[in-house]
Design a protein around this ligand. Structure first.
Ligand code: DX5
Ligand code: ZN
Length: 220
């Protein structure tokens, strides 16, 4: 039985009450806190950066901070996010040259931070091949990155399955995270395709309580 992890995205949280929101989702059983960092260049939106990760780490020393860098040239910022307290850093394959992507991932590893590589919907699974054997997680975007509350892109499921099949051959311990449009109806489909970490923003935040939805998304 695969251990499914739920990673609420604080992009959908009431950031004026971020301490309470994070405490509530963690108390409700969230495994990761998904931090969507957006620079207004790689994606047409701006969210939050290093100071927010630093503050969250200070307030939640034991939380697993799953930092998703939707920024150009992530190699310039990985060290700052590692020092800020990221537990895991995912960069986008489309965000820089292959050499700089490798350098960004190696930088995170040098700080003992787990590494992930993400692909946008238009990027084929095969593009990940050079990095697959060294990753802790692959993040398959199931929406165009940049905004929450978008519809799940079913055509990404085949990509999840093919990456899972390849990872089972060369890096079976590597997780697959899906991100975007995860709801009670799409979560089981994503899990069935091979995902074991589910990012959920608008499905979680904004509700009166979080334990039920986290349990439902996990499939229990
Ligand atoms: C989109 C972000 C996602 C988003 C998910 O670019 O990477 O993490 O916050 O939001 P929902 O779960 O509402 O689709
Ligand atoms: Zn994300």
């Amino acid at each position: 039985m695969t251990n499914i992890k739920i990673a609420p995205s604080i992009l959908a949280a009431d950031v004026a009450r971020l301490d309470d929101e994070i405490r509530d989702v963690l108390d409700a059983g969230a495994d990761y806190i998904h931090v969507d960092v957006m620079d207004g260049q790689f994606v047409p939106n701006i969210s939050f950066g290093v100071p927010v990760v630093e503050s969250i780490r200070r307030a939640f020393p034991d939380a697993f901070l799953d930092v998703h860098l939707m920024i150009v040239r992530p190699v310039h910022f990985v060290e700052a996010f590692c020092k800020a307290g990221a537990s895991h850093i995912t960069v986008h394959l489309e965000a820089d040259t292959p050499q700089n992507i490798s350098e960004a991932l190696n930088m995170a590893r040098s700080y003992g931070v787990r590494t992930g590589l993400s692909v946008k919907p238009a990027t084929p699974a095969v593009a990940l091949e050079p990095w697959l054997d060294g990753l802790d997680m692959v993040l398959v975007m199931t929406v165009e990155p940049g905004f929450g509350a978008q519809p799940f892109m079913v055509d990404q499921l085949q990509k999840v399955s093919s990456i899972r099949a390849r990872l089972d051959q060369i890096n079976p311990g590597c997780d697959i995270e899906v991100d975007g449009g995860i709801k009670p109806d799409t979560a089981p489909v994503a899990i069935g395709a091979g995902a074991n970490v589910l990012v959920a923003g608008s499905a979680v935040f904004g509700r009166k309580e979080y334990a039920d939805i986290i349990r439902i998304l996990r499939g229990r």
